[in-house]
Design a protein around this ligand. Structure first.
Ligand code: ATP
Ligand code: MG
Length: 705
């Protein structure tokens, strides 16, 4: 135990061992807030003998949750089923047990952003509204804002006079589908906890509650946290008011500023030492955030070395900026920096394309976090829709998706008929049977009957087949590969690969969570639907990361490029009107700067293409807030020479050793050929003398060479 506390400074130690009253850890970026939460959980298990399953830790993304779980396990050994989740996934758990109380069946389904947009589009079409005016994406986010209490349907009627009707129909359709959208999960989760019985049950059950990134909780999340602890004082939240960047999604900076008022006898501990950044980077961050008025105010220091000056590149155009970034990245890679140690940030998603083009030209592989995610790819959604039809008998959205995918000669007339039937008959199979009775054409009748057979076959196999084989079974029985070849001749192979990857993932998930059959698939589907901006299927080590600043929260990288520092872009044009909005943009810039551990590069372009033509830009006001003595301007011509000189200085390259020889219980010694992914869930392909080549998950192997 002593050794556990050794990894902490005195303030952090105090935070880990304090249990007398509600605890707020208010501290700047990189000061070890997340580390404190992790150690506190370990401390409770090891020292205080709390039951791991009765500790609840809430993080901002599923990825953060997974990482935290792994870190705790590292500290206390494997036996720690601590409940680390996001607010959303916590609510899913609550609802799976108690949804009947709010009028939903326990096997409800969750609409992801894409499903939601489809549904909104359908409603707009059914109502014969102009989809130019009633843009489905815009309406989807209005619906979300209404649900989050940001504004009422009435106040929106000035912009969209039918919004109230859309809102009502939307909710009605969700209910008919036994479905929740993301916002509903929180709303109904909180609703459940309003019952005194459940509130008592859960607040008695959880011995302690911890929340990371508390500055970005919204009102509903706050109320859930409150209900889970009431006045028992068994809560620790950590946050940084300077990093509150989700007020546009209803996050409420007040939650953190008024913690002392809301939680009696609250204790506040501040952490002031930053362990992440060089002095130069931290000085820049401190100087920038000081321009904000709406803050409690705090100063961070670090014992880290001063480090290199911040690089500034003034580009002639967006293309030139992208070229600068990609060339510099290339130089780093040549010097042995790992791709995964480099991140490129931008304010808006649409900026990524130019950068991507430039990276591709240099032959640098990259991944986009928060771009088109694995689970949003068509082939994955198609296969998952089959699973959903099997698991959720009322999931008509998925049923309509698979009706003619792959093509079975069932056109829009048949679809219309099915929709009519679904008005009365809401069970999927029931509706298909009625549909087949109504159809005249033998071919169509047969197609529907085949589809019914397939769905029932899959259902039977849920328990008999391993997940990987089940996915294969679905793909083969619907003839999906043939369909892909025909529809997507250019990239059908990689799509087939993706589906295999899906099989692998569910297989792995089943082993990790020790779940099978229906429980397995239900749990898996909730997890992926909730996977958010930062969550990616493949956490490849070999790629440079591209992401928006929002998605970078909580992460750290040795080298960070922040691009597009122009007025109207960063700060964003939508946020120039009020002081509050500008301050939020500044917090965002502060978040971006403080992700960098060793080297920070800032850049802007003098002109940038938008809506098809080039426009002159002005450099961001935030750049002027970075003290000039911390900056060194990079010029293109000399850049090459200079960086060669610089690279000799210092980039401590932590080269992770790749295993060469592994040992497996059954197969014995194996020679490693390939490793995909990282950590315990990495997939290792190795050659075993008596068994040939096998691909095995890392955790079942021992590295012996
Ligand atoms: P953010 O505000 O960005 O979320 P944070 O306050 O959560 O940052 P952490 O991510 O917990 O900070 O810590 C930042 C880095 O400093 C991590 O790499 C962490 O391991 C390291 N660190 C924190 N405390 C210590 C310590 N006492 N000794 C050594 N390293 C530390
Ligand atoms: Mg953190």
């Amino acid at each position: 135990m002593e050794s556990l506390l050794k990894g902490l400074n005195p303030q952090q130690k105090k935070a880990v061992t304090y249990f007398d009253s509600p605890l707020l850890i208010l501290a700047g970026a990189g000061s070890g807030k997340t580390r404190v939460i992790t150690y506190k959980i370990a401390y409770m298990i090891e020292k205080l003998r709390y039951k791991p399953e009765r500790i609840l830790a809430v993080t901002f993304t599923n990825k953060a949750a997974k990482e935290m779980k792994e870190r705790v396990e590292k500290l206390v050994g494997n036996s720690a089923p601590v409940l680390v989740s996001t607010f959303h996934s916590f609510c899913v758990r609550l609802l799976r047990t108690h949804s009947v109380r709010v009028g939903y069946q326990p096997n409800f389904l969750i609409l992801d952003t894409d499903d939601k947009k489809r549904l909104v589009r359908e409603i707009i079409r059914d109502m014969n509204l102009d989809s130019e005016l009633y843009n489905p994406s815009a309406i989807a986010s209005v619906i979300s804002n209404i649900k989050n209490g940001l504004y009422s349907p009435e106040s929106m009627t000035t912009y969209y006079d039918r919004i109230k009707d859309i809102f009502e129909i939307y909710n009605k359709r969700l209910k008919e589908n036994n479905a929740f959208d993301f916002d509903d999960l929180l709303i109904y989760g909180r609703e459940l906890l309003k019952s005194e019985e459940l509130q008592r049950k859960y607040s008695d059950f959880f011995q302690y509650v911890l929340i990371d990134e508390y500055q970005d909780t919204n009102r509903i999340q706050y109320e859930i946290a409150r209900a889970l602890t009431k006045d028992k004082g068994n809560i620790c939240v950590v946050g940084d008011e300077d990093q509150c960047i989700y007020t546009w999604r209803g996050a409420n900076i007040e939650n953190i500023l008024s913690f002392e008022k809301d939680f009696q006898n609250a204790k506040i501990i501040k952490l002031e030492k930053n362990y992440r950044c060089t002095k130069v980077i931290l000085d820049a961050a401190n100087a920038v955030i000081e321009n904000n008025k709406l803050r409690k105010g705090k100063k961070l220091y670090t014992d880290n070395p001063a480090g290199e000056p911040i690089r500034l590149y003034v580009a002639e155009s967006d293309v030139d900026e992208a070229r600068f970034v990609s060339k510099t990245v290339k130089q780093f890679l040549k010097k042995g920096v790992k791709p995964a140690d480099i991140a490129i940030f931008y304010r808006t998603n649409s900026q990524s394309r130019v950068v991507e083009d430039a990276l591709r030209r240099e032959g640098i592989s990259y991944k986009i976090v928060g771009g088109l995610k694995f689970y949003e790819r068509k082939e994955i959604k198609d296969i998952i829709a089959y699973l959903r039809v099997v698991l959720f008998e009322k999931d008509t959205i998925s049923l309509l998706r698979i009706l003619n995918v792959p093509k079975r000669g069932l056109g829009s007339a048949v679809e219309k008929k099915l929709k009519e039937i679904l008005q009365q008959e809401t069970s999927n199979i029931g509706a298909l049977k009625l549909l087949s009775d109504e159809l005249r054409m033998e071919k169509q009748k047969k197609a529907i009957e085949d589809l019914i057979d397939i769905v029932e076959e899959i259902r039977k196999k849920l328990y008999n087949l391993k997940p990987y084989d089940l996915i294969k079974f679905i793909t083969v029985s619907i003839g999906y590969e043939k369909y892909l070849r025909k529809e997507h001749p250019e990239d059908w192979e990689s799509r087939v690969e993706n589906i295999k990857e899906l099989g692998n993932t569910i297989q792995e998930f089943s082993e990790r969570e020790k779940l099978q059959g229906e429980d397995l698939y239900l749990e898996f589907l909730s997890t992926i639907t909730l996977s958010s901006d930062q969550d990616e299927l493949d956490e490849e080590d070999e790629k440079v990361t591209l992401m928006t600043v929002h998605a970078s929260k909580g992460l750290e990288f040795p080298i960070v490029f922040i691009t597009g520092l122009e007025e109207g872009l960063f700060p964003h044009i939508k946020s120039l009107d009020t002081k509050e909005e500008i301050e939020e943009e500044r917090r965002l810039f502060y978040v971006a700067i403080t992700r960098a551990k060793r080297l920070l590069s800032l850049s802007y372009a003098k002109k940038r293409r938008s809506f098809g033509s080039y426009k002159d830009t002005r450099k961001s006001r935030f750049l002027d807030e970075v003290p000039t003595h911390l900056i060194k301007e990079v010029k293109r011509k000399v850049a090459k020479k200079e960086s060669e000189r610089r690279n000799a200085i210092d980039f401590e390259v932590v080269q992770k050793k790749k295993p060469k020889l592994v040992f497996h219980q059954k197969f014995g010694k194996g020679v490693v050929k390939r490793v995909e992914g990282v950590g315990e869930s990495a997939k290792v392909t190795a050659f075993f003398a008596n068994y040939g080549e096998k691909t095995i998950v890392m955790k079942f192997l021992k590295v012996i060479g």
